[in-house]
Design a protein around this ligand. Structure first.
Ligand SMILES: NC(=O)c1ccc[n+]([C@@H]2O[C@H](COP(=O)([O-])OP(=O)(O)OC[C@H]3O[C@@H](n4cnc5c(N)ncnc54)[C@H](OP(=O)(O)O)[C@@H]3O)[C@@H](O)[C@H]2O)c1
Length: 288
């Protein structure tokens, strides 16, 4: 088994900093079949990822499927949750959804939303539920919900927000909640930092990050992408990593890079040398 979860936003949307078109059906087949052979735990999709669920359902997979409830805009949140689950079950062609996450942490507070998911768990349409979130305050709020089972959050080697004592104490108090990290490459820009793709105003700037990561890469004998994945994998509070891939070759590369975990000394070196990223850099929803 590998801790890698296949990110499937790329299956159904024009996506990411480089605005790549959705992967073809043939490539999606190749990615899913390689993921099954190499022991990936799951594929991560969402009702809001264009045709991603439909494509996965059409191809069929033995991987566990994590999907997300469409961000809720309706006044009747319970009905919106139920409708989203119905659509996911139909698109994925399955009688039961493995893991269902709220796509926005703020949807949890809408009257009836959580109870609608709990009802779907009780009647067997959903196996387990959780939340995809973006910030430490959201994490602390979600960790206070007693029956939440999985949390997905963004994390990479520039992101120090999750190391605060408050966050780490909150995580330590809920060891049964599985924490899944996404965006280890920050939509790809950390693999090869360049001013051309760097978000405007993001600090540190691209050349600083490039210089530090290039030096660490030489010193530790690992590529920059391997450092990005290895740093996330090494965190004891993270169980799995969602990595967005557009080809089976990219998936193979990521799995190979996860095969040799970073030592504690290598992690310390990264934390010492790589400057912390600013909020505008770490939050893609603010990028222009
Ligand atoms: N819950 C949420 O709100 C939320 C938000 C965002 C993402 N997600 C999930 O997390 C997944 C991953 O997030 P992400 O895509 O933002 O971040 P990521 O995994 O950090 O970056 C993925 C991107 O890195 C590049 N890449 C990956 N492997 C590569 C390789 N071997 N060679 C060259 N380039 C490579 C590709 O982009 P290029 O080829 O374009 O460079 C790919 O699209 C998504 O698919 C989705 O399932 C969830």
């Amino acid at each position: 088994m590998t801790p890698l979860v296949v990110g499937a936003a790329q299956f159904g949307l024009t996506y990411g900093r480089h605005q790549r078109p959705p992967v073809s059906r043939a490539e999606a087949c190749a990615i899913l079949s390689l993921a099954e052979r190499l022991g990936c735990g799951a594929v991560d999709t969402a009702r809001a990822y264009g045709t991603s669920e439909e494509l996965i359902g059409d191809i069929g997979t033995s991987l566990d499927i994590v999907t997300k409830i469409r961000p809720i805009r309706e006044s009747d949140a319970a009905a919106a949750v139920t409708a989203s689950l119905d659509e996911s079950l139909a698109a994925l062609r399955t009688p039961q959804l493995g893991t269902v996450l709220f796509h926005r942490a703020s949807d949890l507070s809408l009257p009836g939303a959580v109870d609608a998911v709990r009802a779907a768990v009780a009647n067997g349409r959903v196996h387990r539920w959780g939340v995809s979130l973006s910030t430490p305050p959201e994490l602390l709020e979600v960790l206070a919900v007693p029956d939440v089972q999985q949390i997905q959050l963004p994390f990479n080697l520039l992101d120090r927000r999750w190391f605060s004592p408050e966050v780490q104490a909150g995580l330590a108090a809920r060891p049964e909640v599985s924490i899944v990290a996404r965006s280890a490459f920050l939509q790809g820009i950390l693999r090869d930092p360049s001013a051309a793709t760097w978000p405007r105003g993001g600090q540190p700037d691209a050349m600083t990050v490039r210089g530090v990561l290039t030096a660490l890469s030489t010193e530790l004998g690992r590529s920059i992408p391997a450092l990005c994945l290895g740093f996330v994998q090494a965190q004891p509070w993270i169980s799995d990593l969602v990595v967005g891939v557009r080809t089976a070759a990219q998936l193979q590369e990521a799995i190979d890079q996860l095969a040799t975990p970073l030592s504690a000394a290598e992690q310390d070196l990264i934390r010492d040398r790589v400057p912390a990223g600013s909020s505008p850099l770490l939050d893609p929803s603010t990028w222009t």
